[in-house]
Design a protein around this ligand. Structure first.
Ligand code: SF4
Length: 355
């Protein structure tokens, strides 16, 4: 068994006290695995007493967050008191692993960095090189149930998509449109048990549609931050009133193409192969297309609002979107379901956002 990582993975380091939007102050529930919780129950002395008073040991142990959403062990210097007092080995599993994610298959585990961490987001967005991975051996074994022939088909075609995305002769809009159509064809092949070899080719323009229904759908999901819906609504108003400047925005901000392309790769690396379990690979590709379209629109609104768009703005927007969508299991599931069954998310409608 192997474990696979994107090339930038090994360069990631938590920036701890330098982090402007620390995961330890985001108001997220921090669950503690049983082994660590049992250890915390046994820690002697004053720090042990503090641990026990700030942890809820009911059923699933978790830290009792402060009213402002901070972890009670994040000190005034934004450093972790558990790390300082007990060492890295005694952090709970979630604190050790964040922001890493794992996708498990029969022959491999795919690991990556979630973009809801600002430093991970920086690692993903700033990639200049072609996307590559490296592997290590692991003793883990997973008992997965899926069709291996379809799995191989998906892995081969995902590699084709990564290769296609790296082609610098086409615009990102064109590449995303082509990949949407390609995924549509792959899905038809899987549904009809005909795993034919397919090429990715240029699709031409379809009737232009508006991004409004997608924005409206996002407002039906749960919000983590109580300002998120306001932010989306205000952004959509800005977008509606300035649509004629969108081309100029894309022309003046050529760097965003690199960020968005790296994001497209992130979404495909993370979600496409997961489709093996439901044999639905079109929804993860649609999810990528929806996310890139929304994030690009939010970049545009920021540019309109402040007259320019810098790298930190992009990191903030991507991270915010990820916190609201990817960090909420219900939201990510509902958005994938919408991609599967809601008309506004049909392949044709999403294509119209790109060509
Ligand atoms: S969000 Fe990322 S960089 Fe910031 S504290 Fe958490 S793991 Fe570290």
């Amino acid at each position: 068994m192997i474990i696979e990582y994107p090339s930038y993975y090994k360069r990631f380091n938590c920036i701890a006290s330098k982090c402007k939007t620390s995961c330890c102050s985001a108001g997220w529930e921090i669950l503690i695995d049983k082994e660590t919780a049992d250890f915390y129950k046994s820690v002697p002395g004053e720090f042990g007493d503090k641990l026990r008073s700030k942890i809820d040991f009911e059923k699933q142990s978790k830290f009792k967050l402060e009213p402002n959403g901070r972890c009670p062990f994040l000190n005034e210097n934004n450093l972790c008191d558990i790390y300082i007092n007990l060492g890295e080995d005694h952090l709970c599993q979630i604190c050790t692993e964040h922001p890493r994610f794992y996708e498990c298959f029969k022959d491999r585990i795919e690991c990556g960095l979630g973009i809801y961490c600002e430093e991970a987001c920086r690692s993903v967005l700033s990639q200049e090189d072609k996307f590559t991975t490296y592997t290590e051996e692991t003793n883990e074994i997973f008992d997965c149930d899926y069709n291996e022939e379809v799995y191989d088909y998906l892995r081969d075609n995902r590699a084709k998509i990564f290769e296609y995305l790296s082609d610098k002769s086409m615009s990102l809009n064109q590449k995303i449109a082509d990949i949407l159509w390609f995924a549509n064809t792959l899905q038809q092949n899987i549904d009809s048990d005909m795993l034919d070899d397919e090429d990715i080719f240029n699709v031409s323009s379809v009737e232009q549609k508006n991004i409004e229904p997608i924005f409206k759908y996002l407002l039906k999901l749960e919000q983590n931050d109580s300002n998120w819906f306001n932010y989306l609504n205000n952004s959509f108003e800005i977008y509606k009133n300035n649509m004629d400047k969108f081309d100029l925005f894309e022309k003046e901000n050529s760097d965003i193409q690199k960020y968005l392309q790296n994001l497209a790769i992130y979404y495909i690396y993370r979600y496409f192969l997961r489709g093996i379990y439901s044999e639905d690979i079109l929804s993860p590709i649609k999810f990528m297309a929806v996310s890139i379209a929304i994030i690009k629109t939010l970049f545009f609104c920021k540019w309109i609002k402040q007259g320019n768009l810098n790298y930190s703005d992009c990191i903030y927007i991507v991270k915010k979107y990820a916190e609201e969508i990817e960090c909420n299991d219900d939201n990510i599931m509902n958005l994938h379901i919408a991609c599967y069954e809601v008309g506004d998310f049909s392949t044709e409608n999403l294509l119209s956002l790109y060509v």
